[in-house]
Design a protein around this ligand. Sequence first.
Ligand code: AKB
Length: 317
Amino acid sequence: MKNILVIGATGQIGSELTMELRKRYGNENVVAGYIAGAEPKGELKVSGPCAITDVTDATMIENVVKEHKIDTIYNLAALLSVVAESKPMLAWKIGIDGLWNVLEVARIHGCAVFTPSSIGSFGADTPHVNTPQDTIQRPRTMYGISKVTTELLSDYYHTKYGVDTRAVRFPGIISNVTPPGGGTTDYAVDIFYSAVKGEEFVCPIQEGTFMDMMYMPDALDAAINLMEADPSKLIHRNAFNVTSMSFDPEMIYKTICKYIPDFKMSYQVDPLKQSIANSWPDSLDDSCARKEWGWNPKYCLDAMTKDMLEKLRLKFK
Ligand code: AKB
């Protein structure tokens, strides 16, 4: 039986991952770790144990791990790419000092650890089309630098200490429960909210800018299925390219227009978001994830759009 701690359980991915893990492993066996000021609410709060778990405090993490006999940690604490550029030292403190705390606790208490990387771990010198699993990374954003370091430090703990670390490089995640905050790919979530509210969408990313994206149900499967995978089949660990779709603003706009024909979009490009997006891949090659642990996403752009619009319409009814 797994006992799981999700650090960052009230964030965009954490809030849905915690509920999915509770569904699969039992409510009592999944602890929602949160920080002061971001307390769990609603179902997340009442359906299972919650514990204040600040990733920058190793003792606090260790106490939660000991109290709940944790054997698996999903470490989702991080600042997203745009906000990390305005707070680079904080991004490092949470992303890397925090990761070091998690890995040390995991080493001492024998926990497996999932700490996601991102398409942000790639940089301007990376081949942008069909980006290989193993290729030049060299990002120039603090988010990217911290994600490459996350990958290297996680691999280090695996090879040196045998800690069972595994991760994926998440693309932009699109979801209808908890909005993302401060990412370059946030536009692909915001556009759905504008469409459902009947508002014009002002897009901060230029037409023709392709980025990898994924619908939340596939992102949850990616994290959980990788942690369930047979370790003897894993050639890579930190971190696997995974993707479900690649589109530019026009493609997602036109797909939404199939369901809401009078939806309007204009452009007001944000220079910081655009420069980050330009340095990221257009499309990832995720064949290693498919081969080594059976990655197989279910949602394409059209299926995701249909589901997003249905769910958001219910939310704003
Ligand atoms: C961001 O845009 O910062 C994130 C990511 C792709 O890692 N959504």
